[in-house]
Design a binder for this molecule. Structure first.
Ligand SMILES: [Zn+2]
Length: 296
């Protein structure tokens, strides 16, 4: 075959095929398969105020226990000092210790000054994510005043109400949601940590957590933790009972039924959420993503 004929051959064959009625031009076009569109990555952080890890092990609440089984967990994570609600939540959501974020008090006291560092809401919003915080105590107005989050829901009545409000935010579409359940801590102060009333409230917080879990959209990673533990009718000291908190993570990229062996700080929560969302936190951030929890 000459070179010219070789160049013409495909066209000639096509012509002949078309002339015989079997040409490709008469077949319906083959649809190009479109890859499935992955749901956007979402992160939900639930903080159960004052939840001691050994309370989870004693009460064995179904949702928390199932979540630990589904994902990776440690019962030895550590909060910051002072082991109080406001400074520790700011450390949890910023990745900075109180010496850097500046809030060492534990009430809504705007005259004392504002939070000195950005929280994860800033980085998330900066990348076009929608962010929300649903909180069960007035002192969270300190976080609200930064105006970092798109939506702040305060003035909630109890864990069940917080969970309903959180579910409403999930249905409206948020990429980063932080949920604060207040009642376990309140029962610890009223009746002492690990009392029957405290353990009842752990079970109720678990029901509220179940409401949030039921509303989670596809491709959401859930972190459940606490701001501090407690002993007697209080907390705030460096006692291990105050400092030790649960830290549970479950989601599409997380190892199932895995016990995290490495040390986890509450400040790693912001870094882990940032890692999941592909965000960059400032380089001087004290938190680090809990990479051990991720499937290889
Ligand atoms: Zn607290």
């Amino acid at each position: 075959m000459t070179r010219a004929l070789r160049r013409l051959a495909p066209a000639l064959l096509g012509y002949l095929a078309a002339a015989c009625g079997g040409g490709s031009s008469t077949l319906p076009p083959t649809p190009t398969p479109t890859p499935p569109v992955a749901a956007p990555v979402r992160v939900v952080i639930v903080s159960i105020d004052g939840l001691r890890p050994d309370a989870v092990q004693q009460v064995n609440p179904p949702n928390l226990s199932a979540l630990a089984k589904k994902g990776a967990s440690t019962w030895k994570a550590q909060t910051i000092t002072p082991s109080n609600t406001l400074p520790s939540h700011i450390s949890m959501l910023s990745g900075y210790p109180p010496t850097r974020h500046g809030v060492t008090w534990d009430d809504y006291l705007p005259a004392n000054g504002a939070i000195r560092v950005p929280m994860i809401f800033s980085a998330a919003r900066g990348s076009g994510r929608r962010t929300a915080l649903v909180a069960g105590k007035e002192k969270f107005n300190t976080l609200r005043d930064t105006r970092e989050m798109d939506i702040f829901v305060g003035g909630t009545r109890a864990d069940a109400d917080v969970a309903e409000q959180a579910a409403a935010q999930l249905f409206s579409g948020v990429d980063l949601l932080v949920v604060h359940l207040p009642d376990v801590d309140l029962s610890g102060h009223a009746s002492s940590w690990m009392s029957a009333a405290y353990r009842d409230n752990v079970a109720r917080a678990d029901v509220a957590l179940g409401r949030v879990i039921a509303a989670l959209p596809e491709n959401t990673t859930l972190i459940v933790t606490a701001d501090h533990g407690g002993h007697g009718t209080g907390h705030g000291t460096t006692d291990p009972l105050d400092m030790t908190i649960p830290w549970i993570i479950a989601g599409p990229r997380i190892r199932p039924d895995y016990a995290i062996a490495g040390a986890v700080s509450t400040m790693d929560t912001a870094a882990t959420a940032a890692f999941l969302l592909g965000l960059t936190l400032p380089t001087d951030n004290a938190g680090k993503p809990v990479l051990e929890a991720f499937a290889r």
